[in-house]
Design a protein. Structure first.
Length: 148
């Protein structure tokens, strides 16, 4: 029996779910380490301490912002439409995109995102938690777009 709907919630409650964020933080940590290392005339201890301080400040700030903003998105894909419910600090906004109106879609399996573009020019952004979610979404969408 094939599923008739596909749904997921973004973000999961894991910390650092965005791959873009992980890549950026790793790059910035390396820059901080190299800068502190070179300024300390080759002191690896100074580089390590400043990198640890940078990472601690980043994680505290990130946790505080996530706790304060409380952003969550619920996606539901059926045979007929995509429904996106965006919640932010108590307010909620719902968008629906009929699959028969989809003109183009683009998915990125590396950074776990994408969009749907309708014939009217409206862009619906998509965010995923894992590569498996992207693949399931893509196969479900392709199967039901072919029928149209």
């Amino acid at each position: 029996m094939k599923p008739t709907t596909l749904s997921w919630t973004f973000p999961k409650k894991d910390f650092l779910v965005l791959r873009v964020e992980i890549v950026l933080i790793a790059f910035l940590a390396l820059v901080v380490y190299l800068f502190a290392y070179l300024q300390g005339k080759g002191s690896w201890l100074l580089g390590t301490l400043f990198t640890a301080l940078f990472l601690a400040l980043y994680f505290l700030t990130s946790y505080g912002i996530q706790h304060w903003r409380q952003v969550e998105e619920h996606y539901k894909l059926t045979k007929k439409h995509l429904e996106v419910v965006r919640k932010k600090r108590g307010s909620s906004k719902t968008e629906k995109a009929p699959l028969k109106e989809v003109a183009h879609h683009k998915l990125d399996k590396t950074f776990l995102g994408g969009y749907l573009l309708t014939k009217k020019g409206k862009k619906h952004l998509l965010f995923f938690n894992s590569k498996q979610e992207v693949e399931r979404f893509e196969s479900f969408l392709k199967k039901h777009l072919k029928k149209k």
